[in-house]
Every structure is written in structure tokens, then in C-alpha cells.
Ligand binder design. Structure first.
Ligand SMILES: Cc1ncc(COP(=O)(O)O)c(C=O)c1O
Length: 398
């Protein structure tokens, strides 16, 4: 007898297409495709209105199919954080990719250089961030070695990353960045493409005013650095950055020309806790973990989605409620279980078999726990499975 495989295979899942939502087994990661499409159109409209490019971060959805959808909606390309994510995007036919991160290991840089040649052959473009002379020299060496190995002379776009307050990668704004620009310009296989000025911490500052204040300083730092570089006769074509929490500030700054926001497409429970900025488009939750109650007692129920089904680094998931009332609280039940408690005296403990929808605390690491996204159209209650989307950059960590 042939035993069923542990994880649902793509072909098995494909049999769900056309079936009602009720047919999706639990736990499963489900995308409300209608909500996702609305988020996408609102982003496209917003970028157009502010005359900025958008290059969404694909480390969030890790899917080349979704990246292609974003580009069809007007995105100029996608961002990724890892070389392996870039490889997955390119393998999926996405030809304009920016690695918004420093890559240092020679073995990885050899892959970056091969990829730069691969996308150039398709008239695409690869870009990367740097924040050190050492990093630039290693990148240039890898690009030259790839050329010697028989590839045509591709050029990689290089962004100097400045630290505008996050305290992660990036050189200090000002003179150090100018020095790196000069270093990049020594190497014919590298093109200085602009500055990356991303402020990650600003994304989750709860008050809209605080986010505005922090990004005002970031924009000043970026503008000042641009001025110094241009004073030496080198144009700065683009300043890129911004995430979902602060993008309205970068867009309005007149300094940033490109938005890298990623989470807007799925919107997690953590982002829902930010005080909304009136200038921000209304982004809806589009990513859910479908779960069901497997045990129920007088005080609580237990569902089949624990922290192997959703990430908990930014807090526990929220139980989605279809009528604005908050009915159930989710508490940590370990890897495979969630504890559900009524949020008020009038709420009943859910019965065995009841289906629930969880809004993950943090979308990026949640997606990375799943091989597939199940795309639903027509709503979570009465809709149908429309497509199965491969998370083809799942686990792409190198
Ligand atoms: C460099 C960079 N740009 C953009 C983003 C996108 O942010 P978000 O998904 O919060 O919109 C991130 C997220 O961590 C990032 O690291």
C-alpha cells in the first residue's frame, strides 16, 4: 500500500483549485487574492500620485509568481535580501532584482556575478548594496572572474548603503559614502546607481508623528550625502528605501525616488498596530492561516496551528473576526497548538471542528514556514480556491 506523503505536494494541492474554501485542510497558509489585488492597486496608485518608483521587497512573499504580478501592476522590479532569493526570482523569470544587502563571501559573490550576467542576457538588471571598500573590491573581483570565465561584460548596479538611524548595515551619511562612490567608479563592471537609505526601526514606531520625525532626519541625511557626492561631479540617480510603516514619509520627502515596501501586500497583525497615517493607502489583511478546533473544554479551545504554522517574533497571531467584534484571543500552545479563549463574557468557546482564520503577527517569516500559498477568490467564507502559489524562495537563506 502506498502511504500518503507527509507534506501536500504541489500536484495534490492543485486538485483543490475550483473547490470551496471549506475543502482546504488545516493548518494552511491562505491568501485572499481579492484583498491582495486591492492592496496592489492601491500601492500602484499611491506611487503614481507621488511620482516615485516602487520596487517591493520579495523577501516577504518569496514567490516569483507574485513578483511577476507586482511588475505587471507597475513595480520596476523587486528587492531581495539574499543571493539565493535573487536566484529563485531569476529562475522564475523576474529579470530586475536588487539585493538590498551586503554580500561578502567569495562563493556567494561568484553566484551574484553569474546572476548579473544571466539577467543581462535577458536585458534585465541586477543591483546590490555595499557599505565597505572591502565589499566593493570583492564584488569587482567576482564580476571580473565571471567575465574571464566566458560571460559577456555585464555591469552590476551598486547602491551605497547609508545608515540613516537603524543601526544595522550602512556607512555613516556624509564623507564615508563619497569615498565608497569613488571606489565603485574604479571598476568598469560596477556602476554607481545611487544610495540606499532604509530605516527599518521606523516601520514599527506606533505613532505616525514619530515615524514622520524619524524619516525627516533620514531624508535630510540622504539629501546631504547626495549633495556631497554631486559636488564631486558624480550624479546620484536614485535614493531608495522605505517600508510599509513609513513609506508615506519617504514618498512625500522629495528625496527618495523609489519605495521598497513589502508587507503592504499581505499586512500582518503587527503592522495593524501602527497608528494609521492619513496619507497612507488602506492596506487590508490578505494573509491568513486557516486552522480548526481540535479540542474544546469549558474555558478554552485548542486549534491545530502553533508556531510551526506562523512566526511569533512580532507577537502572536490575531483571530480574524468577520464582524468587527473581537471574539477570541489566541494564546501560545506550543509548536502545533494554539489556545483560544473567549475575549468577553458573552462569547462562547468554539466547538470542535470550527474553522478559524489567524492573521499572523509577522508575514515574512510566516511565509517562510510554508511551501505553498493557497490563493482564494470570493472571500474566506464562501470563496473558492483559485490557484496554488509556490513559495519558491522558501528557505533561500544563503
Ligand atoms: C532593506 C529593506 N527594504 C524594505 C523592507 C520592507 O519592509 P516592509 O516589509 O516592512 O514593508 C525591508 C524589510 O525588512 C528591508 O530590510
Amino acid at each position: 500500500m502506498q502511504l500518503p506523503t507527509k507534506t501536500p505536494l504541489f500536484d495534490d494541492l492543485k486538485a483543490l483549485v475550483g473547490q470551496p474554501v471549506a475543502a482546504i485542510d488545516t493548518p494552511a497558509l491562505v491568501v485572499d487574492l481579492d484583498a491582495m489585488k486591492r492592496n496592489l492597486s492601491r500601492m500602484a496608485e499611491f506611487a503614481k500620485k507621488h511620482d516615485v518608483r516602487w520596487r517591493p521587497h520579495a523577501k516577504m512573499h518569496k514567490s516569483s509568481a507574485i513578483a511577476r504580478l507586482q511588475m505587471q501592476a507597475g513595480a520596476v522590479g523587486v528587492c531581495v535580501q539574499k543571493t539565493a532569493e535573487a536566484e529563485a526570482m531569476v529562475a522564475g523569470g523576474v529579470w530586475d532584482v536588487f539585493i538590498t544587502n551586503e554580500v561578502i563571501a567569495p562563493a556567494k559573490l561568484a553566484r551574484v556575478a553569474r546572476l548579473a550576467h544571466r539577467v543581462a542576457a535577458e536585458n534585465g538588471q541586477l543591483a546590490i548594496a555595499v557599505d565597505s571598500t572591502e565589499g566593493i573590491q570583492r564584488l569587482a573581483q567576482a564580476m571580473n572572474e565571471a567575465r574571464v570565465a566566458g560571460n559577456a561584460g555585464a555591469v552590476i548596479d551598486v547602491f551605497v548603503e547609508i545608515d540613516v538611524g537603524q543601526g544595522r548595515c550602512g556607512v555613516a551619511p556624509g564623507r564615508s559614502a563619497v569615498d565608497l562612490v569613488h571606489e565603485i567608479r574604479k571598476h568598469p563592471a560596477l556602476r554607481f546607481a545611487g544610495l540606499q537609505a532604509y530605516h527599518g526601526r521606523a516601520q514599527h514606531l506606533r505613532s505616525a508623528q514619530e515615524r514622520r520625525d524619524v524619516i525627516a532626519v533620514a531624508a535630510q541625511d540622504a539629501a546631504f550625502t547626495r549633495k556631497l557626492i554631486e559636488a564631486e561631479g558624480v550624479p546620484v540617480d536614485l535614493i531608495t528605501g522605505a517600508g510599509t510603516g513609513s513609506m508615506v514619509c519617504e514618498a512625500a520627502s522629495g528625496v527618495y525616488g523609489e519605495l521598497q515596501a513589502g508587507s503592504f501586500l499581505f499586512m500582518d497583525a503587527d503592522y495593524a498596530q501602527n497608528e494609521p497615517d492619513p496619507a497612507q493607502p488602506r492596506f487590508e489583511h490578505a494573509l491568513f492561516v486557516k486552522t480548526q478546533v481540535i479540542s474544546s473544554s469549558v474555558r478554552h479551545a485548542v486549534c491545530d496551528a502553533g508556531h510551526k504554522a506562523h512566526a511569533i517574533d512580532s507577537g502572536l497571531p490575531r483571530v480574524h473576526s468577520f464582524d468587527a467584534e473581537r471574539e477570541l484571543e489566541y494564546a501560545n500552545g506550543g509548536d502545533e497548538h494554539g489556545i483560544l479563549r473567549p475575549a468577553g463574557a458573552s462569547v462562547r468557546v468554539p466547538e470542535i471542528g470550527r474553522t478559524l482564520w489567524l492573521i499572523p503577527g509577522h508575514c515574512d517569516p510566516t511565509v517562510n514556514l510554508h511551501d505553498h500559498l493557497i490563493g482564494v477568490k470570493g472571500g474566506l467564507l464562501k470563496g473558492k480556491v483559485d490557484k496554488i502559489i509556490r513559495v519558491d524562495a522558501r528557505g533561500a537563506l544563503t
